[in-house]
Write a protein that binds this ligand. Structure first.
Ligand code: ADP
Length: 300
């Protein structure tokens, strides 16, 4: 993966970004690594892929997410958990500007991706989404062939060289190649739900992203298909950085290295980051009683 070169991005400097309150145009000051927490220092040798600083999100007059600061580390699976409506989807969708088209959406603070402000002036949103791919809750293959689903984004982005190899590589990484190699021209809609979701992962992988955002990727699947998606995450994290929203705590415990627990803050009903730590800490010895109550099933 080549470093992201913001100078290659479209748009004149100082151009305003619709829906944004405050635009960071000054050079970003390098941020010092966070101190080791919970006695687990090894992961902090890792590079931060995202440095999220004081991020707040609004839909119209209503604040969905309070001031949130955290780092997401390379080649780890970071799970986002919390009760319904606490802003999990809002958070993950804000990492690759997927919320931009929502009327009334506003974001404040900074989302730095490898040090570059994702919401900075002149940033090319297509490039953001190529680098930071997303897979949704419900498998959503196009009504096209299996091959054309995977080839769709590379074709649109002009990545047409060795397309067959690219499609095969993406399907192999998504653990689907062996199941579909003899029917690449068949409709993707004929695949099972679990296969469709792995196809959507292959579709995201085909443009060589750096990050995969998975928004409840297994919640519409049966237990066997869910297990194959979870197994896939363990393999994919060696190549990609993964952020997953899940309402399933067993799943978070099985797949995640890091867990961010969000909840609704008291009477304001604003989604708030309560605790962020390695998976073992969150599930075995959380610092915050609200985390403990949630992971032990006493609330939410
Ligand atoms: P979660 O993923 O944790 O269930 P969401 O991020 O979907 O939470 O929602 C957080 C809050 O933002 C909720 O109050 C929800 O109603 C609100 N919200 C989410 N999407 C929209 C939207 N498109 N327009 C207005 N409000 C929204």
């Amino acid at each position: 993966m080549t470093p992201w070169d913001p100078s290659a991005e479209a748009g004149p400097p100082g151009q305003s970004v619709p829906g944004r309150v405050r635009i960071q145009t000054e050079p970003v000051t390098p941020i010092q690594p966070l101190p080791a927490r919970n006695g687990n220092a090894t992961k902090f040798a890792r590079e931060s892929v995202f440095e999220i600083r004081d991020m707040a999100v609004y839909y119209g007059d209503s604040q969905a997410l309070g001031w949130t600061s955290l780092d997401v580390y390379e080649h780890l699976v970071t799970a986002v958990i919390g009760p319904s409506g606490c802003g999990k989807s809002t958070f993950i969708r804000s990492l690759n500007r997927m919320n931009d088209s929502i009327s009334g959406f506003r974001i404040d603070g900074q989302v730095l991706y490898h040090g570059h402000d994702v919401y900075g002036a002149g940033v090319n949103r297509v490039e953001v989404r190529r680098r930071i791919g997303m897979v949704f809750q419900k498998p959503n293959p196009f009504p096209k062939s299996i091959y054309d689903n995977v080839a769709w984004a590379p074709r649109n982005l002009g990545m047409r060289d060795e397309l067959d190899e690219r499609v095969e590589r993406a399907l192999t990484q998504a653990a689907l190649w062996d199941e579909v190699k003899d029917r690449l021209r068949d409709s993707a809609l004929g695949l099972s739900g679990g296969q469709q979701q792995r196809l959507c992962i292959a579709r995201a992988i085909a443009v060589e992203p750096d990050v995969l955002l998975l928004d409840e990727p297994a919640s519409a699947l049966d237990p066997i298909a869910t297990a194959s998606i979870e197994e896939l995450m363990h393999t994919l994290k060696h190549r990609y950085t993964i952020v997953i929203v899940t309402h399933n705590m067993q799943q978070a415990a099985r797949v995640a290295d890091e867990v961010a627990f969000f909840s609704l803050d008291g009477t304001s009903r604003v989604g708030t980051l309560i605790e962020y730590a390695d998976t073992q800490t969150i599930f075995r010895s959380p610092r915050d009683t609200r985390t403990r109550d949630y992971v032990t099933g006493q609330f939410g």
